[in-house]
Design a protein around this ligand. Sequence first.
Ligand SMILES: Cc1cc2nc3c(=O)[nH]c(=O)nc-3n(C[C@H](O)[C@H](O)[C@H](O)COP(=O)(O)O)c2cc1C
Length: 192
Amino acid sequence: MKIIGINGSPRREGNTSRMVATLFDTLHEEGIETELLQVGGTDIRGCRSCYACIRNKDHKCSSKDDGFNGIFEKMIEADGMVLASPTYFADITPELKALIDRSGFVSRANGGLFRHKVGAGVVSLRRGGGIHAYDSINHLFQICQMFIVGSTYWNLGFGGREGDEVLKDNEGLENMRDLGRSMAFLLRKLHG
Ligand SMILES: Cc1cc2nc3c(=O)[nH]c(=O)nc-3n(C[C@H](O)[C@H](O)[C@H](O)COP(=O)(O)O)c2cc1C
């Protein structure tokens, strides 16, 4: 069983990736394989609204030169996904939004490729707007017949400019560990 994580922060070693790393540690303890991919800080573009995915039904986006299709292939192969973002003006980063729009559209254009996968959003923030960002991620899962995994609090962690402050947010990190245990529980029920 495999979960992929996608980091929407342009900072590869920032608060968001540290939260995902904590979650992944627990998934490893539970025997779940993981892989972390990066969209934040890449050249991923938004959907061009060409509707070629609906015509072609070839599991691909017609924009082929920005790395999207490689990430999308891994999303389809995995049993579940963690989409992670820092909060930018009370929402997710534009790179993660571009991935959500395109992957959601191509998935739906091909008969629901995300159906019955496990999904969790993870959001870091300095002060406010994190719940709105978290909701933005869950919108993808909810329209793709996926199973959303929650935890003992919403999946938020607090950290600022330094990029490692989230390591002081014990409740946020413990929440990631609880999330990992619940994801593993659900994966075992679905595939065990
Ligand atoms: C452009 C920009 C916008 C931000 N907007 C918000 C915001 O609306 N609310 C908030 O709490 N933090 C905001 N922050 C702070 C980050 O969300 C926060 O520090 C986060 O933990 C950074 O994650 P990272 O280290 O993975 O990049 C913003 C940061 C940047 C660079």
